[in-house]
Design a protein around this ligand. Structure first.
Ligand code: ATP
Length: 344
């Protein structure tokens, strides 16, 4: 049986059914990431697991016990918030030791645990400071340290890095990945950030409107999205999803029968742009974004299709240039009119 098991979990806010019957099995030690558009229910689902919101339907099992109606304090979970939620008047040491002190753990053991967590998180020299004398990244590490010392059954993270600048975000992401590798703690992590989802997760759960669209490893979702929604949600820049009718007949003819009236989906790296060529799809460059290691080229075609191409080289192309597109149909995803994947 799974370590954490969600069965038919539901949540209403008044009349609004925010979580619509979610089933999910999480194994011990897994790093699970919830992603989805704003308002899809990621935070609510995390808060239901944490016990910060009441579950209105279904059951939640942790390590063989039904915790559906248990108060948060009894669930043995630790949550790390975006806002850190540190006690401002307490030192780093006091913040990290607070829960253990409340639980009346022997002070010598408390010290040992806090010092070990501080060492893991590079906080040893900051233990006597108060949060106001720390950087955002250090505060977030204190919040994580406070969770670690409790050695909870599950770590819950609600967008923990979203208040950090890009560089610190990257560093802290790497630290969280290392921490998970070292501690192997079961973790559920909510984020808006694609890179965090793709790099941290063992499995990603894509949510939409209170339901799960797909669960899979990052590369499964990238390579084999179940539908157009997941295909366009995972990956930056987005997958090109273009109605077949906007493309020339030779491309349309490659589509499987089920995709009639539907769309072709191509990752930007599977669309090559050439200055000239014999491919059936011609177009004009709208915009070139030179990012250094790669170049993004936005092209529109006379049929009204728009594509973005990612090339791992610098091109001499400029807006307004006439180009032809090399579409690798062997890499294409095909979607029916309802946005479902069509098998070839
Ligand atoms: P975001 O990425 O913007 O944080 P989210 O995916 O985390 O969004 P939730 O915050 O879980 O989304 O919200 C899910 C839905 O439930 C939304 O429609 C939201 O308006 C609604 N909702 C969340 N909390 C409450 C609340 N306390 N009262 C009423 N409605 C709520």
């Amino acid at each position: 049986m799974a370590y954490l098991q969600l069965r038919g979990i539901e949540k209403f806010f008044g009349e609004h059914r925010a979580i619509k019957g979610i089933d999910l099995s999480i194994q011990q030690g897994e790093f699970i990431v919830f992603v989805g558009p704003s308002g899809c229910g990621k935070s609510t689902l995390l808060r239901l697991i944490a016990g910060l919101e009441q579950i209105d339907g279904g059951t939640l099992m942790l390590d063989g016990r039904d915790i559906t109606d248990q108060p948060s304090s009894k669930r043995d979970l630790a949550m790390v918030f975006q806002s850190y939620a540190l006690y401002p008047h307490m030192s780093v040491y006091e913040n990290m030791s607070f829960a253990l002190k409340l639980a009346k753990v022997d002070p010598a053991i408390v010290r040992e645990k806090v010092e070990r967590a501080a060492a893991i998180l590079n906080l040893t020299t900051y233990l006597e400071r108060t949060p106001k004398d720390l950087s955002g990244g250090q505060r977030q590490r204190v919040a994580i340290g406070r969770a670690i010392v409790r050695a909870p059954k599950v770590f819950l993270f609600d967008e923990p890095l979203s208040n950090l600048d890009a560089a610190l975000r990257g560093q802290t992401r790497v630290e969280i990945a290392k921490l998970h590798r070292d501690l192997g703690a079961t973790t559920i992590y909510v984020t808006h950030d694609q890179v965090e989802a793709m790099t941290l997760a063992d499995r990603v759960v894509v949510l939409r409107d209170g339901l799960i669209e797909q669960v899979g490893t990052p590369l499964e979702l990238y390579d084999r999205p179940a539908n157009q929604f997941v295909a366009q949600f995972i990956g930056t820049p987005q997958m090109n999803v273009v109605p077949l009718q906007k493309l020339p007949a030779p491309v349309q003819q490659q589509a499987p029968a089920g995709a009639a009236g539907g769309c072709i989906g191509l990752r930007p790296e599977n669309v090559a742009v050439r200055g000239t060529g014999a491919t059936p799809v011609g177009g004009q460059v709208d915009l070139v974004e030179a990012l250094g290691a790669e170049t993004l080229i936005y092209v529109s075609t006379p049929g009204g299709a728009q594509f973005v191409s990612r090339q791992n080289e610098r091109t001499g192309l400029r807006a307004g240039d006439a180009v032809s597109l090399d579409i690798d149909a062997s890499q294409a995803h095909w979607f029916d009119q309802a946005g479902r994947v069509v098998a070839e």
